[in-house]
Design a protein around this ligand. Structure first.
Ligand SMILES: NC(=O)c1ccc[n+]([C@@H]2O[C@H](COP(=O)([O-])OP(=O)(O)OC[C@H]3O[C@@H](n4cnc5c(N)ncnc54)[C@H](O)[C@@H]3O)[C@@H](O)[C@H]2O)c1
Length: 272
């Protein structure tokens, strides 16, 4: 991206930090191109000291002169934030919102601004392995569109969707997904510890098994059922483990978790 472009992050929490660290690591922008705002002094100090970026407690100061402003606050404060920013955003600023549920229409109306990208990233962006699903308003220019792609590619994979409701759906899979996966990881490690492995040993076994399974499916592009059957010997050990998982309704429980997250995302969108 052009070295004179300024980027603002409004709200400097977990996800803003993931994006900032990814952008700096991939050298998409330099630290002096970034300003981040946050009401918490401790957070501003941390961001300043860790990433050498500028910080401010004033959102309107952060957004001034920004080519791209990322809205990275919780949905519950978006309404009041939009009131503060309304009328203070330059016409050529691109607003990129990562706020769960907040639609392009509500952002555009709340901010009285036309160029909006709505994105749903996830926390593995911290290590460049993120998944972001995003959509742009028709007013986003070609240049702003290509900047958005460059920014989101610095976080990992990105997928642009034409229909915005797909972002709400994706929140149930890729947005919240890391939490579901970490719960699974925790459970398997705990089972290993219960059987007598040290926590370190159980963690090595679990992480390599999950990473290896992902890589195997990626490289072979086989259906998961085929890969699962390769593990499952007739009359063997895996079959009884799978039986227990099915008895515990793992499939429908996972589906319910994804659907509930999707529905809650839609409700969050109505908060602002
Ligand atoms: N954490 C995730 O996995 C994830 C993934 C995708 C999208 N999101 C979305 O990103 C947004 C931020 O989530 P997060 O997890 O980074 O939350 P967070 O709580 O870590 O960060 C929010 C930050 O905003 C600050 N803040 C509060 N009020 C503010 C205001 N008026 N102006 C400026 N800053 C203010 C808070 O002090 C905090 O540092 C949410 O809308 C969430 O839906 C989060």
């Amino acid at each position: 991206m052009r070295s004179d472009l300024q980027m603002a992050f409004i709200g400097s929490g977990v996800m803003a930090e993931a994006m900032i660290s990814g952008l700096l690591a991939k050298k998409v922008v330099t630290a002096d191109q970034i300003i981040a705002s946050d009401p918490l002094e401790s957070r501003r100090l941390y961001m300043q000291q860790t990433y050498s970026i500028r910080t401010t407690s004033h959102n309107t100061e952060a957004i001034q002169g920004a080519a791209i402003a990322v809205l990275s606050v919780k949905p519950q404060v978006l309404g009041s934030l939009m009131q503060t920013l309304r009328g203070k955003i330059a016409l050529d600023t691109l607003i990129m919102s990562i706020v769960a549920g907040a639609s392009i229409t509500s952002l555009s109306q709340g901010l009285n601004h036309a160029s909006i990208v709505r994105a749903m990233p996830n926390t593995p962006a911290q290590v460049g392995m993120g998944m972001t699903v995003w959509s742009a308003s028709p007013e986003v220019t070609e240049v702003q569109h290509s900047y958005s792609k460059i920014i989101l590619q610095a976080l990992g994979e990105e997928m642009e969707v034409l229909h915005e409701y797909e972002i709400d759906r994706a929140t149930g899979i890729s947005g919240a997904g890391p939490a579901f996966v970490f719960l699974l990881i925790e459970a398997i490690i705990d089972a290993g510890v219960q059987m007598g492995f040290t926590r370190d040993q159980a963690q090595i076994l679990t992480l390599q098994t999950i990473a290896g399974s992902v890589e195997l499916m990626r490289r072979t592009n086989e259906h998961p059922t085929k890969l699962r059957n390769q593990v499952t010997s007739p009359g063997g050990a895996t079959a009884v483990g799978l039986y227990e998982l099915e008895k515990g309704r793992i499939r429908t429980t996972i589906c319910d978790a994804v659907f509930a997250t999707f529905e809650r995302t839609q409700k969050l969108g109505k908060l602002s």
